[in-house]
Design a protein around this ligand. Structure first.
Ligand code: AMP
Length: 302
């Protein structure tokens, strides 16, 4: 099934206790597209300046990402973000956010993309997320990610976007910020009233929770001995999740559970290297092997 991905295209500088990567490829749409490309060929809509590396564009094309929706602004500067992780990788400080070409971005969905059945709205300004949805014909499933930057800065706009989506992906601190409720299960009820009927609460190294009307499903994160750079883990999760759904075209609760495990699988690879370095070189064999290892992690005999 067809899959549309919209989100940021960025140049990141990342500091972790294990090292620093300066001016590396990032942005939510890049991680989501690469992650989902292992399941279904994504169509990307986003904006970059002409300082965005051509090699990254070529890489995405090689990974069957349709780039017709990529806008390159001549003389423009790509979105830039700097982040620093603490020893506890769940704690991240944003050092700077430079919107640059995003400031005047008005997403134009190419005619060929408008009928996409699966839509993944990566973390960008909620006003832009809504503009994307207004151009779509009738998507079957809309997944949306956001972050504290937008919850704190554009709450009323974000609430309008939430009314139009099916699945919200958010980490536990974002859920608390958005609902002012510290119990995640009570917060989920509040969120459901705001729009999305399916919620995925990401808990970093502690895994993820899927909540639908009838199902509560909890997965661990894959037990890794070396986590190098958590940047993009959430977006890779989103890409693996929606990629699997677009590939199988099945949004039953049972298949949503599989999608959550595929999301967790891809995210676990993402954090093993800086930036997109691991995500760009995965094989289907590696993905399937780790997916099965996830099952073994949670099975037990009565
Ligand atoms: P994640 O670690 O999954 O939250 O995603 C990290 C990516 O999000 C980085 O590559 C950043 O370039 C991008 N990012 C950070 N802040 C923002 C923002 N305010 N809007 C859009 N994208 C962002």
């Amino acid at each position: 099934m067809s899959l549309l991905v919209v989100g940021s295209i960025g140049i990141d500088t990342i500091e972790t206790p294990f090292g620093k990567a300066e001016n590396v490829v990032g942005g939510s749409s890049i991680y989501i597209s690469l992650a989902s490309s292992y399941f279904a060929p994504p169509r990307l809509v986003g904006v970059a300046g002409d300082d965005f590396p051509k090699s990254a564009i070529e890489l995405l094309k090689r990974k069957s990402v349709d780039m017709e929706g990529l806008e390159i602004i001549k003389g423009g500067k790509t979105f830039r973000w700097g982040g620093k992780y603490h020893l506890d990788f769940n704690v991240r400080d944003t050092l700077y956010t430079e919107l640059n070409v995003f400031q005047s971005f008005n997403p134009k969905i190419p005619a060929a993309y408008k009928e996409s059945e699966y839509v993944c709205l990566g973390n960008i300004d909620p006003v832009l997320q809504l503009r994307v949805l207004e151009q779509m014909t009738k998507p079957k499933l809309v997944v949306c990610d956001t972050m504290n930057f937008w919850i704190e800065g554009k709450l009323s706009e974000l609430k309008k976007t939430l009314e139009r989506i099916d699945v919200l992906l958010a980490n536990d601190s974002e859920v608390k910020l958005l609902t002012k409720e510290s119990n995640l299960f009570l917060a989920a009820k509040i969120l459901r009233k705001m729009g999305p009927k399916i919620l995925i609460i990401k808990k970093g190294e502690h895994g993820a929770i899927l909540l639908t009307e009838k199902t509560t499903f909890i997965t661990p994160a894959f037990p890794l001995e070396s986590v190098f750079d958590p940047t993009g883990a959430g977006d890779s999760f989103a890409g693996g999740f929606i990629g699997w759904l677009a590939k199988t075209d099945d949004i039953s609760d049972e298949n949503l559970k599989r999608a959550v495990v595929y999301g967790s699988t891809i995210a676990s690879f993402c954090v093993e290297k800086f930036s997109i370095d691991k995500l760009k070189e995965l094989t289907h064999f590696e993905i399937e092997t780790r997916y099965r290892a996830f099952r073994a992690l949670t099975q037990f005999q009565e």
